[in-house]
Design a binder for this molecule. Structure first.
Ligand SMILES: Nc1ncnc2c1ncn2[C@@H]1O[C@H](COP(=O)(O)OP(=O)(O)OP(=O)(O)O)[C@@H](O)[C@H]1O
Length: 246
């Protein structure tokens, strides 16, 4: 079998907003099936990096590929699930949670055909997985921020992507739901799905992470095992390298 290409590959990525460089030559090359956490302080460039990897932000230098294809030419978006940091799932749209999640299944269906029973089952399983089964018939706008985030995660899951990119999936999400999310992601990782997630604190996600990339001021300052102090006391016993990103 041919070797699977890197699901994500940013090389020498430089991104400017106006005159200001926000990424200064960042490399993020992810092997298939890995679960990678992007860590770093507010404003260090984590969201910018994932958006750049997905072609949402423009590079002023360097390259970005998805599954070996330059992101500008990449068309196979059903292979990619992206949950942005900020909403919107609801934003005044009178859709129910189930409708929003079902929308994620559209990329897998022939346009115009009604949902098959299998599609519906996948949607119900995803709703269970993120703990929203009991809210499925409610308008998304009536959910809390953390619940809306979970609805978006379910929407990404039902598309059964080979690459999942999650920007702060646990922000504003309670401990039990974080555990549930970790279980879902562990399952996807076991199926060979590549996961890239942005986080401040890994919490229950920590055991599923097999590589941590730490950004500071738009540069990679660590790439490897999870830094020991992550999510606990960022300043206590920090090494020089660790202090760089707190
Ligand atoms: N669209 C934009 N226009 C101008 N500046 C931007 C834009 N998006 C991000 N920035 C700036 O780029 C820098 C990096 O932002 P980014 O959102 O990537 O950081 P982050 O590490 O994800 O932070 P956080 O943990 O707070 O989400 C910040 O200084 C931010 O103000």
């Amino acid at each position: 079998m041919a070797k699977e290409l890197h699901p994500v590959a940013v090389r020498g990525g430089v991104v400017h907003f106006g005159d200001r460089a926000v990424l200064h030559g960042v490399d993020l090359v992810v092997d298939p099936g890995r679960t990678v956490a992007l860590l770093g302080a507010n404003g260090s460039g984590k969201s910018t990096l994932v958006k750049t990897a997905l072609g949402i932000n423009r590079l002023s230098a360097g390259t970005a590929e998805l599954f070996g294809v330059p992101v500008k030419r990449f068309r196979d978006w059903s292979r990619v699930g992206y949950v942005p940091q900020r909403l919107g799932a609801g934003g005044g749209v009178p859709a129910t949670v189930r409708e929003v999640v079902s929308a994620g299944r559209l990329s897998r269906r022939r346009i115009g055909l009604p949902a098959r029973r299998a599609d519906k089952a996948v949607v119900e399983t995803a709703l269970e997985a993120v703990g929203l089964a009991d809210r499925a018939g409610d308008a998304v706008a009536t959910l809390s921020g953390g619940q809306q985030q979970r609805a978006l995660i379910a929407r990404a899951l039902v598309a059964e992507p080979r690459l999942l990119v999650l920007d702060e999936p646990t922000a504003g999400v309670d401990a039990a739901s974080q555990e549930a999310l970790a279980a879902v992601l562990r399952e996807r990782a076991a199926d060979g799905v590549t996961i890239v997630l942005v986080a401040h604190e890994l919490g229950p996600l920590e055991p599923i992470i097999d590589r941590a990339v730490v950004l500071s001021h738009g540069r990679v300052v660590h790439d490897g095992a999870i830094p020991a102090h992550t999510g606990i006391h960022p300043h206590a016993h920090a090494t020089e390298e660790q202090r760089l990103w707190t």
